[in-house]
Design a protein around this ligand. Structure first.
Ligand code: SAH
Ligand code: TMP
Ligand code: ZN
Length: 407
């Protein structure tokens, strides 16, 4: 039995994905022996609605100077963050972007802030993983390598003053000390400032059985209910939401200090939708568990049968998400020959836990396999558009979200 990280109610795991390594912990053979594993188990808090990991590895084990995830590797995401930044400037700052101050946490290689920098808006990125932060600095983006929390917020305010906007993407759900984060935002944000952040949405995970959103970094999967509850405890109000297609279904939350902005009808409507989806009911999560087990069984059977037929299967995209899939399903190098990935730092290494070789994209193109297992399914649109030649050569895609299928 554990305590909910948000409301302290007791929570118990409703399922476990078994021993799992660090999702972005791509490694070399000399590191196989000492590889770190933890039990990837999940629980749901009936009181505040927060879906969470039971245990999470220490933050330094996940975010450090050899972090393997560079945001800029996807062109689609680059475009997405350009639109996000423009939305903030156009719709929240209006024609008065000059003189504004924007803070982003988890700013990575500057994929979002580069747009503010270009527009001449004062900005600060907070990015503890030093190697990716260095890329941002190289682009002229002001970045400090620290973990954001309430103490750091006070230091920033003392030095730089309060912010007009606090932004975050795919990082709020990584941080277990959530109350300290919200307290920090409270200190940092001007009275009329806005908070805008987005993360994979619990509703999509349940609807699509996209269980691969569950891995070490994602200590939480948010819903409107859990976000309203957590921020409500610190005097914030959820004033709007903007559903996103990114990462297989995300939600952007817009919050403000209590009473400073009108609450959109969309918030009420989506809260009602969460009730309909059963996001507040334990039965929903038991059904989800059954769906995960079915997905695992079907994917394994498919790969084993392709192997028996002597077919070549290559993985596409060594995503952090795929670490949950490969370890939970038991996908080893005898079933998937290698994983093709465009990120230089991942190439020549091996996938966490299951040790499938990660190879450059050229190796995929050089000799197309018969099947490509689409680990980067969240980038499906971008990938399908550029892989027509694979299809023309008779190649087939294996997908597993929302269901195991050959396309
Ligand atoms: N925003 C980017 C990167 C997401 S990856 C995108 O959406 O593509 C998450 C990033 O958050 C990592 O680069 C990690 O180093 C950083 N991070 C983790 N904990 C953090 C914290 N407490 N404060 C600020 N950044 C953090
Ligand atoms: P993500 O799902 O966490 O964003 O990671 C995507 C991974 O997939 C990243 O390692 C880059 C890789 N990738 C490719 O190899 N080819 C592609 O076309 C795309 C879009 C991503
Ligand atoms: Zn709770």
């Amino acid at each position: 039995m554990k305590e909910c990280r948000i409301c302290s109610a007791p929570i118990r795991p409703f399922m476990s994905f078994g021993p799992t390594p660090i999702a972005n912990g791509f490694l070399t053979p000399d590191q196989f022996a000492g590889e770190y594993f933890f039990e990837l188990a999940v629980g749901f808090c009936e009181r505040c609605g927060m879906f969470q990991l039971i245990d999470q590895p220490d933050r330094e084990q996940m975010f450090h100077e050899h972090y393997h995830f560079f945001s800029g590797t996807s062109r689609f995401m680059t475009e997405h963050f350009r639109e996000f930044a423009e939305h903030v400037m156009d719709d929240f700052f209006g024609d008065r972007s000059a003189g504004r101050f924007v803070v982003e946490i988890g700013s990575n290689d500057g994929i979002m802030l580069q747009n503010f920098a270009k527009a001449g808006v004062r900005h600060l990125g907070i990015e503890p993983s030093k190697n990716v932060a260095e890329v941002a600095r190289g682009k002229g983006i002001n970045t400090i390598s620290e973990f954001f929390d309430a103490d750091l917020a006070r230091t920033i305010v003392a030095k730089e003053g309060q912010a007009d906007a606090f932004l975050a993407a795919n990082v709020m759900c990584h941080i277990p000390y959530f109350h300290s984060i919200i307290e920090g935002i409270k200190v940092l944000l001007k009275p009329d400032g806005i908070v805008a952040f987005e993360d994979p949405y619990l509703g999509d995970v349940i609807e699509k059985t996209s269980y691969d959103q569950i891995y070490d970094e994602h200590v939480f999967l948010f819903s409107l209910k859990s976000i309203s509850y957590a921020f409500g405890q610190h005097g914030f109000e959820l004033v709007d939401i903007e559903p996103q297609e990114t990462h297989g279904g995300s939600m952007r939350y817009i919050l403000a200090h209590q009473g400073r902005r009108p609450v959109s009808e969309r918030v009420k409507a989506q809260l009602a939708r969460e009730e309909e989806l059963g996001l507040n009911k334990p039965e929903t999560f038991l059904r989800f568990r059954d769906n995960c087990e079915k997905s695992r069984r079907e994917l394994k059977e498919l790969l084993v049968s392709l192997k028996e037929q002597g077919k070549r299967v290559v993985g596409y995209g060594a995503t952090s998400k795929s670490t949950t899939v490969t370890n939970y399903t038991g996908i080893t190098p005898d079933l998937v020959e290698f994983i093709s990935d465009t990120t230089p730092i991942k190439q020549g290494k091996f996938s966490p836990g299951t040790h499938i070789p990660v190879q450059p994209y050229d190796d995929f193109q050089k000799e197309y396999p018969e099947y490509a297992l689409l680990f980067a399914w969240n980038h499906s649109k971008e990938i399908m558009a550029k892989e027509q030649a694979f299809r023309d050569a008779g190649g087939k895609w294996i997908v597993y979200v929302p269901a195991v299928e050959v396309r």
